[in-house]
Design a protein around this ligand. Sequence first.
Ligand code: DC
Length: 230
Amino acid sequence: MEKIIITLDGYSSCGKSTLAKQMARALNYIFIDSGAMYRAITLYFIENGIDYLDDAAVKAALTKIHLAFDYNASTGSSDILLNGRNVENDIREMRISQLVSDVAANQYVREFGVAQQQQMGLQKGIVMDGRDIGTTVFPQAELKIFVTADPSIRVARRYLELSAKNPGITKEEVQANLAMRDEIDSNRTFSPLRKAADAIVLDNSHLTREEQLTTALQWANEKITAMSVR
Ligand code: DC
């Protein structure tokens, strides 16, 4: 069977990573969470006092950052390594969520992220989720999905997920963070969040995880079959 590239883009907390992970497992493809890469860069900037507005400092810092993914058998997914250190948990903290959209809007950070993501897709057989994957990283991808959900549903889901790790967090804080990230991600100059013209919209507001997986896998299998009989 031919292998394809599958992209999932959309706003924060639409369930893109969950779906991408499940699709990769079902298809025996590699799953890449591109947001984790921008989060790890943000963690490096915080720990090393790098100002994301200082292009010279950003460029110098990027030469010292090595990102890799390491399979974690207990979660069935890959953890991100920042210069060899597993930072999968650290990058989910609120201090990272507060800053990551600003860091990810920097031109040099974007060039760094996009180049590495394109390398990862050279062999195909990959499911990557993010904001600009179907538009900038893999404009030639065979299947592009644009995931959406009602804002109130996104806030409720994210609050549930975050309150387990951050007991003091309020729904208002989660809502403000999502609104801020949506705004920055959609309006930045380099690779803004956009639906690719040839992406299929998947609104999962009222779908269970199983239902959305079934739909997305059906689209994927149609594409794979069409590629293989050509
Ligand atoms: O998917 P996430 O919420 O973990 O992503 C964190 C941030 O990284 C998000 O607010 C915007 C940025 N991002 C990006 O600019 N481009 C991507 N391909 C993925 C994420």
